[in-house]
Design a protein around this ligand. Structure first.
Ligand code: NAP
Length: 318
């Protein structure tokens, strides 16, 4: 029997929204869990064809409610994650305690597939609390539900991201842009639709008991990413290497603000390349290659950061 009902935690984020579109278009019935129905349901509802999406408000540690939701589904996907922690939302509770808890419930309810989004490069980033909590979460999931599939994406980009869009906003406003670790950290950015294709294929091909590194087709240094973005938005900026101690001092100040653009933990994370490890299979190895190229995809939405918007070049060329 084809599994039809899918429960998604963290569905309102960048990856979740793309995934809802992909799954509901393919006739899966999705239940999206959010903490705030009023804020999130109105845009989540527009992602799916009518009748294929339920949006449910829940505290993810409400045992009775979560068990009830899991019991009605065949597949569970966990996309919950944070980059900055606060006293209420800690890395430990969201990246370790919740994944451990939900994987155990999935086992108890005999769920067909449990898919968990972790992150690339977490084995080596021992100085980052983000990476340590993600790694602990993975270890506990594997203990609780051996058939779980863990996906480890490199940085994910799309028009809905907090990565290219935030960089373009900052590059637009700042005359000088700091380079941490001389901008040498390497990434294999993956377009969100390539990542959702991987999740879709994992479901379709019933891939279980696997850790898969999800990477894009290009390896790009942080400096080169910034240069490409500057080129795409037609801006010239000075990119200057920032000494580590100064980077940490500025991050210590910035992380005192709500939704900080930089934290010390992120500086620690940037120390290591975010590329495939060779230890696990990648999406290319299992025949689900990423096809979207960085410059071409970003060129489709970067006009919002150009001087006069989408038609600026045409206007000046007249
Ligand atoms: N984006 C990337 O570049 C990237 C790279 C590597 C790994 N990942 C991982 O992929 C997953 C999805 O990433 P994303 O970019 O889609 O994330 P996102 O856009 O930041 O969305 C995160 C989701 O987590 C939920 N969430 C946050 N705090 C929560 C809490 N206290 N309780 C319950 N839910 C909470 C939010 O749901 P509500 O606000 O609706 O409750 C939101 O839908 C995460 O695990 C992330 O670590 C992402």
């Amino acid at each position: 029997m084809k599994a039809k009902n899918i429960l998604i935690f963290g569905a309102s984020g960048q990856i979740g929204r793309h995934l809802i579109r992909k799954l509901t278009k393919s006739n899966y019935e999705v239940t999206a869990v959010t903490r705030n129905l009023h804020q999130k349901a109105y845009f989540l509802k527009t992602q799916a064809n009518a009748g294929y999406l339920n949006v449910v408000e829940a505290n993810i540690f409400d045992d009775e409610k979560i068990k009830n939701l899991v019991s009605k589904n065949e597949i569970v996907i966990n996309l919950i994650g944070i980059l900055n922690e606060s006293s209420a939302n800690t890395f430990q509770s969201l990246h370790n305690i919740f994944p451990s808890y939900i994987s155990k419930i999935c086992k108890d309810f005999n769920i067909h597939q449990f898919i968990h989004l972790s992150a690339l490069g977490i084995d080596q980033s021992s100085e980052s609390e983000y990476a340590k909590s993600k790694l602990k979460g993975e270890i506990n999931i594997k203990k609780n539900f051996t058939e779980a599939t863990i996906l480890r994406p490199s940085v994910v980009y799309s028009v809905d991201d907090n990565f290219t869009t935030s960089f373009m906003t900052l590059l637009n406003r700042l005359p000088i842009f700091p380079l941490y670790y001389n901008g040498k950290t390497k990434f294999m950015p993956i377009h969100c639709s390539d990542l959702t294709e991987i999740i879709y294929q994992v479901i379709l091909k019933k891939i279980k008991s696997n850790t898969i590194e999800c990477i894009g087709p290009e390896t790009i240094s942080l400096k080169n990413i910034l240069e490409r973005l500057l080129n795409l938005i037609d801006k010239k900026r000075i990119l200057i290497p920032m000494p580590l101690f100064l980077a940490k001092i500025s991050a210590a100040v910035l992380q005192m603000f709500p939704n900080p653009i930089l934290t010390i933990d992120q500086i620690n994370l940037l120390k290591y390349d975010n590329v495939s490890s060779g230890k696990y299979k990648t999406n290319f190895d299992i025949n689900i290659p990423s096809v979207h190229k960085f410059d071409l995809e970003v060129s489709k939405y970067c006009y919002m950061w150009k001087e006069s918007g989408q038609f600026s070049r045409k206007k000046y060329d007249l």
